[in-house]
Write a protein that binds this ligand. Sequence first.
Ligand code: NIG
Ligand code: FE
Length: 410
Amino acid sequence: MKLLINCKELVQLLPSDVQWVAGEEMSRVNSLSNAWLRITGEHIADFGTMDTCPTPLPGEEVVDLSGRMVMPCFVDSHTHLVFAGSRELEFVDKIKGLSYAEIAAKGGGIQNSARKLRATSEAELFELAMKRAQEVISYGTGVIEIKSGYGLTPADEIKMLRVAKQIGEATRLVVKTTFLGAHTVPAELKSKEEYIEQVLHEMIPQVAEEGLAEYCDVFCEKGFFTPEETERILQQGLDFGLKPKIHANQLHVSGGVQVGVKMGAISVDHLESMGQEEIDVLKSGKTMPTLLPGAAFFLRMSYPPARDMIAQGLPVAIASDYNPGSAPSGNMQLMMSLACVNMRMTPEEVLHATTINGAYALELSSKVGSIAKGKLASLIITKEIPSLAFIPYSFGSNCVERMLLKGEWV
Ligand code: NIG
Ligand code: FE
């Protein structure tokens, strides 16, 4: 595709060598008003202000987007998009007062999703995940991470990861996959140790051999996996070429942040329970703290201390955690609203958190996350909205008019 676009504003210009935006810097977004943008093939070729607009090349499609903003697509760096069925009955239990841990103890939670997933074929799972993928694209997502973790047997974990990879082939999304066998211990196994052995010696080698995942994640949490178990599993992942990520500090101060930084995790995600010690540990490393405001909202938890983290110079990323239990939405515009309202992040900060910092959490900062020459033309065309702040402000509405993914309209 060859495209020449003119628009009201190009938002989020950052050179492709910027890996993340942290602290104070997060409050400033670079934009260009009254601008043009040229796309060649899958990539951004060039851009500038309208006084320098080039004449269209032969075969180039000229698109008038007056009144619209063009910004990089959202990078949703943490999802469980592949799952079999919804869990709205647990939602009702939660309304009536049961806690996440109580629901899990009743055979609900992850076990419930595992039962449903095992009873669903790969083809059906793919159909279900495709519908969700199309929906999240319509809300602005162009890059997405997808985890396993509802299979909990070698065959079912592999089935999930195959489906996740197929989503990347069947859509124009950029998909990165993560093995999360250590999500919980499956109900049918007698001991956790037995399951950990299976994760270490059957699942990780098989996932690595088939090239089904780039990352290995562990739910490091009281009642799930301890920091020591997390470290063992992540080390085995590393030995097989899978890079670490962690579900850390969701329900308790779990030690997950410390293990993550020690192991050089690409990101530690959730962070609802954080102290100064955890913030200090993050300051010493290169691990991206990733906040999941949809899960905090849905589970009625306290939110991560985003203001403290940013004030102390850290970057933060924001992702949806899209999953049937704790965050049944993959709408990144809604995540922006939740982050602004409940963590007092500004619209500029949440834009960095949902674009370039999410890209860092997937090691894609040089390819996506900002408008820069040579980056992928995976872009949001907004409706005729007055400003960037209007997106988180108008919560519940969709400010996306059209999406361009890898240089093609979708
Ligand atoms: O990220 N915390 C662990 N895993 C998911 C929720 C899993 C579920 O309830 O299905 C999360 O919130
Ligand atoms: Fe999650």
